[in-house]
Write a protein that binds this ligand. Structure first.
Ligand SMILES: NC(=O)c1ccc[n+]([C@@H]2O[C@H](COP(=O)([O-])OP(=O)(O)OC[C@H]3O[C@@H](n4cnc5c(N)ncnc54)[C@H](OP(=O)(O)O)[C@@H]3O)[C@@H](O)[C@H]2O)c1
Length: 251
């Protein structure tokens, strides 16, 4: 299915932990050359070394997704050092928790700046390269089931993920003619750092007990969808989709 990922240049944002770390491993395993970005450069270096030890190639780009100039500079370095971007996995994300009436402006801003603004400008940079070099581009925006349902005390996060789904459709409409397919993956509950210690609390246990299979997902549960949406041939007719992978959580 995904043999055509080999040799492609893939940029994974938020590659220092959780899903992004896994996405980078999967794409490198498929033979892509991967650019890894996040704030925690030490973690990216470790992942880059692991990929190199397995015979792959990785470029480490520490950056803050709130800094659009840094996003632009990273995209330029990828083009210079690896070649034009073929695949963007727009994965970096953050959440802040508080009741709507108590939500602090600074927390609102960080969620919107990382999850929406950062993703918007990373996609813009990737698409500019794809258009200029006539690449068969693939953009995978990591949204969430939070785009469709209200999570407890995370209104800006839900709003941001709904914006990513809307952004995905806009990208599909405007960039499809350039051979770029843009899709969103909307994961359900997967244990990573973003959930903090919530899953060990009574509330977390209750939520898990209410899931159809009474279990959370693992990062590897998104491998198939990622490979499908990054593949040139297998995803030819998939553009503008928001694909839910939640093990029935929203059913
Ligand atoms: N886990 C789930 O259940 C779930 C469900 C639905 C959607 N998602 C989405 O999946 C994506 C990955 O999250 P995760 O679950 O893997 O959580 P995670 O382990 O907390 O990973 C988040 C990633 O985003 C990066 N990041 C956060 N703020 C950043 C900033 N200002 N600049 C650059 N990078 C930043 C983090 O790196 P640094 O801290 O090193 O910067 C980290 O690599 C997110 O978009 C999240 O919303 C997760």
């Amino acid at each position: 299915m995904s043999g055509d990922i080999a040799g492609k240049v893939a940029w994974v944002t938020g590659a220092s932990s959780g899903l992004g770390h896994r996405f980078a491993q999967v794409l490198a395993g498929e033979g892509a050359v991967v650019a890894l970005s996040a704030r925690r450069g030490g973690r990216l270096e470790l992942l880059g070394a692991e990929i190199a030890a397995a015979g792959g190639r990785a470029l480490v780009l520490p950056l803050d997704m709130q800094d659009v100039a840094a996003i632009r500079a990273a995209a330029a370095r990828i083009a210079d050092e690896l070649g034009p971007i073929d695949i963007l996995v727009n994965n970096a994300g953050i959440s802040r928790q508080a009741r709507l009436e108590a939500f602090a402006e600074a927390d609102y801003d960080v969620v919107m700046n990382v999850d929406v603004k950062g993703a918007f400008f990373a996609a813009q940079e990737a698409a500019r390269q794809m258009i200029a070099h006539q690449r068969q581009g693939r953009i995978v925006n990591i949204a969430s089931i939070a785009a469709f349902r209200a999570l407890g005390q995370q209104a800006p996060y839900s709003m941001a993920k709904a914006a990513l789904v809307a952004m995905t459709k806009c990208q599909a409409k405007e960039w499809g003619r350039h051979g770029i397919n843009s899709n969103a993956i909307c994961p359900g509950y997967i244990r990573t750092e973003i959930g903090g210690d919530f899953w060990d609390t009574e509330g977390g246990a209750k939520l898990i007990a209410g899931l159809p299979r009474r279990r959370m997902g693992e990062a590897r549960d998104l491998d198939g969808l990622l490979k499908l949406l990054c593949s040139g041939e297998a995803s030819r007719f998939i553009n503008g989709a928001a694909m839910v992978a939640d093990d029935g959580a929203m059913a």
